[in-house]
Unconditional design. Structure first.
Lengths: 514, 177
């Protein structure tokens, strides 16, 4: 029996003990199953109470007045139903359906690019439609293999992985053999690419094309198809085009390197200043000394430097961070982690980090967790639905441990979706034990704000032994849930105090990758 | 506790009337049976009445009430473990947690459900009415709509599935999700 049928059987009181434990397994292991159950249970409850139904607005012709509770007869019925349903395969939608995308191209590189709509950023997958570049440079890679470089004020209509239209502006197109046949439309012209590199310039209704390499077949309304070979230019009017008008791809790479270097330097300047912030409990910019032969120290740069707060990498490997030259640690295997020990008690905290999440593949995906989970210890994780989840609990007298009844859990809206995976993002959370408010931020924007109904002012915050990217330490011989982060971290700051929205926004601006 | 005067019974009655429906849905999602959910709702109302002097009127009522409801569901569970199929504690915990998280969306869904109900065919409406408004048994329904038990159950499932899908697609097209 599939999940939906199990849920209906439960709601109708028709479920057998065996099916009930099947249903429980689904609900235990899969949040999507829980959502579906909750949605259907809610719908069922509403229909039972539905004023529209009950007041007879959904009228039918006649009514049989004798009513027997559904659940009484259900017992007799259930055996027969189970037998029957076992043989019937009903068409229905699959709950865990495969993720889909209607993308046909992606923006692979950008330089000072500004798009319309403004929500488009480098790394985005693009669906068919018009794309306007207002300024800067952008490289679009079509899924067929063709690459288009657009420059300055340009509008391109992406039709499919094999077809695009240059509406206005300048672009340079590279078509590898695998994408032979790629079609580029322009006013009064259609270019069929036979594996080549060419440039075009469109102003109003006039188009010009210049072939750098290979061959292009130009179809136009007026003339029969013409073959354009290397060095040839075809202009529908007076618009000129010369090779030097177009930026070679090599130069773009150089400009991007330069831009990255200047971003890296800006961040370094900021980082030098920020480490003097007296609110810092610890600051890990993920820079390790070249003479550290063990390669395992994650240095704390908060000033004055407390050596005792140096972190130790376990398993996690050094990799490139936001820019070439910037280091990061990558967390992949179940054992990967950075261990720390942060002493002291605090009244407020801010956790802020730069992170690249490759996949949200576990129920809980660690950012910073204290060992175990005792009173006053913060846990910060990514929940399976992609939301940021901050929690802190206080066991009151008579309670041995943190349970659902005393655990304060705060979720942001989901932020890790297919679009945000695999790129660098800034995350932050603030918590004050006076107000009880928890605010969470994603790339400088507020994505969650809440006060738990369990909040009581004045209870202190402690860290003690804790970890980045994992949850430990398992006590000897015990099973432990795997919460390893799948991704990389290249900066982590822990503050004693609440940073306000302006400060968080500034951290994002100073450290954003491009 | 604060020195403010304790809120009156009148206030509680008002709050309960206002929130009875979501409270019922909360309990129902944890026990999955209408009769049990009604019993638990009554017990919950009673314990809310007994502890109402502790209610802080500046905070939302429902989260406060949910905590009592949750305890009552647990109590009910302990009483009935043998005779009936109830979720085990960890599953209930998970459901209760998840439910509080997605509550705004569930509420949105219900608003859209009314619209989806009005789009049903006359035949489906009759099914809804006899199953939900009149609480007819399967036997009664089989008599009314001359169909086999198997067909009846299938129709009911498909009907509820259609409603669920209708709500989901409206939610998406409204950009509310």
């Amino acid at each position: 029996m599939n999940l939906e049928s199990l849920i209906y059987a439960k709601l109708d009181g028709e479920i057998t003990p065996e099916q009930h434990s099947q249903l429980e397994d689904h609900l235990r292991n899969n949040w999507q199953a829980r959502r579906l159950y909750l949605e259907l249970a809610d719908q069922h409850a509403r229909l039972l109470q539905q004023p529209e139904v009950n007041t007879g607005r959904l009228k039918q012709t006649h009514v049989i007045s004798r009513t027997v509770p559904w659940r009484k007869s259900a017992l007799i019925a259930s055996a027969a139903v189970v037998l029957l349903t076992a043989f019937v395969v009903w068409p229905r939608k699959v709950v865990d359906s495969e993720a889909t995308s209607n993308g046909v191209a992606m923006i692979s590189q950008t330089l000072n690019a500004e798009f319309a709509p403004t929500t488009i950023r480098g790394g985005d997958t693009i669906a068919p439609g018009k794309l306007t570049l207002k300024k800067g440079l952008a490289q679009i890679e079509f899924f067929s293999g063709a690459t288009v470089l657009i420059e300055g004020e340009t509008q391109i209509e992406i039709i499919s992985a094999w077809e695009a239209r240059c509406v206005s502006g300048r672009m340079r197109v590279h078509v590898p053999p695998a994408a032979k046949g790629f079609l580029m439309h322009a006013p009064n012209m259609k270019l069929e690419d036979l594996g080549t590199e060419f440039a075009m310039n469109v102003k109003g209704q006039d188009s010009t094309v210049h072939v750098f390499d290979g061959e292009v077949i130009a179809h136009s309304k007026a003339n029969s198809p013409a073959s354009l070979k290397m060095g040839m230019t075809l202009a529908s009017a007076s618009v000129s085009v010369a090779p030097q008008d177009f930026l070679p791809i090599r130069e773009l790479q150089g400009l991007i390197r330069q831009h990255e270097q200047s971003r890296f330097e800006q961040w370094q300047t900021w980082s030098m200043q920020t480490r003097q912030d007296l609110r810092l409990i610890a600051y890990y910019p993920f820079k390790h000394w070249e003479n550290d032969d063990w390669d395992r120290l994650v240095n704390n740069f908060a000033e004055p430097t407390l050596k005792s707060r140096t972190g130790g990498a376990v398993g996690a490997q050094w990799t490139q961070g936001r820019w070439p030259g910037k280091e990061a640690l990558e967390f992949k295997r179940p054992g990967d982690r950075v261990r720390m020990n942060l002493d002291g008690t605090y009244d407020a905290l801010t956790l802020a980090c730069w992170i690249k999440v490759d996949s949200v593949d576990k129920k809980y995906n660690s950012l910073l967790l204290t060992d175990g989970y005792e009173s006053g210890e913060p846990h910060w994780q990514i929940y399976e639905d992609g939301s940021l989840m901050f929690s802190i609990g206080y066991a009151t007298a008579g309670e041995k441990r943190i349970t659902m009844k005393n655990n304060q859990i705060y979720h942001s809206k989901p932020v890790f979706t297919a679009d945000s995976l695999g790129r660098w993002h800034h995350l932050a959370v603030t918590y004050s034990n006076a107000s009880g408010a928890v605010l969470q931020y994603f790339d400088g924007e507020e994505v969650g704000r809440d006060i738990s109904s369990l909040h009581q002012p004045g209870r202190t915050i402690v860290f003690g032994p804790c970890e980045l990217g994992n949850w430990g330490l398992p006590t000897q011989g015990h099973q432990f849930p795997i919460r390893t982060l799948n991704g990389a971290i290249d900066e982590f700051a822990i503050y004693n105090g609440v940073l306000d929205a302006t400060e968080i926004q500034a951290i994002f601006e100073e450290g954003k990758p491009n | 506790m604060s020195p403010e005067p304790s809120p009156s019974t009148e206030q509680l009655v008002l709050l309960l009337t206002q929130h009875q429906e979501p409270l019922f849905r909360y309990i129902f999602s944890l026990v999955g049976s209408e009769a049990d959910a009604r019993d638990i709702l009554q017990e919950t109302s009673l314990s809310l009445y007994r502890t109402f002097d502790q209610y802080d009127a500046s905070r939302p009522f429902l989260p406060w009430a949910y905590r009592f409801a949750y305890l009552k569901v647990q109590k009910h569970r302990e009483k009935k473990t043998r005779s009936q199929l109830l979720f085990s504690e960890d599953v209930m915990d998970l459901l209760a947690q998840e439910r509080e998280r997605v509550e705004p969306e569930l509420d949105q869904r219900l608003q859209l459900l009314d619209g989806c109900l009005s789009k049903l065919t006359a035949h489906d409406r009759e099914l809804v009415t006899s199953r939900y408004a009149m609480r007819q048994s399967a036997e009664e329904m089989m008599k009314r709509f001359p169909i086999s038990r198997r067909t009846l159950f299938r129709k009911l499932e498909l009907l509820r599935q259609r409603l669920h899908e209708c709500v989901t697609s409206q939610l998406q097209s409204d950009g509310l999700s």
